[in-house]
Design a binder for this molecule. Sequence first.
Ligand code: DC
Length: 239
Amino acid sequence: MNKIIVAVDGFSSCGKSTIAKAAASAFKYIYIDTGAMYRTVTLYAMREGMISGEGDDKTVDKERLQQAIDAGKLKVDFTLDPETNKPLARLNGEVVEGEIRGLEVSNNVSNVSAIPFVREFLTSQQREMGKEKGVVMDGRDIGTVVFPDAELKLFVTASPEVRAQRRYDELQRKGDTEVKYEDVLKNIQERDYLDTHRELAPLKQADDAIVIDNSNLTIAEQDELVSKYVQEAIDKANK
Ligand code: DC
């Protein structure tokens, strides 16, 4: 049975990972969250004091970051949680899954993910991870840049307000009760702008992607739809 690559791209907090995880588990494929990889590099840069300034004046010390990457000081990978079997992002062997999801990393990640050598560094790792196929990878540029020949490309979207509410609820559940809905919405709008307007690998729908707007879909409806698309793509690859 030939395996395929499923590319899931879309805006921040639109449920890409829910779709990708469900598809990976239904078809026994490996799930790869590429946003977690950009977040982990961002956390490294923050910890090393490589990010300064605020808003439009925010700057990343690219020279030092490049040196760290070139010197092999920055290792990004995943390990499986022994209890839940879920992938956990690691920075140089340390599990950083909790830290990379906070608003602080979210506020810096677009600046770091716009840097060409960071994208090269992570894109080549992602291609390596997918070379045996049998992966569901979610991100912004999977169907356009990382795997332009992916057998199935999904482009997920929902309104900014629906996405902000979901992200806000998630943060509340995790005990981040200080955070305000307005700040989450603002962060989503800012990231939408930066993700779609950056020069390199901007978020855009691949010509051959299937669009899923899940603003009004239940998780069960969404899973059913996605499973149907994945099964069709697998059948096609095995004809
Ligand atoms: O999916 P996420 O919100 O965890 O992604 C975090 C950030 O990383 C997002 O603002 C854009 C960036 N990203 C990217 O540029 N390319 C990817 N393939 C995945 C994420």
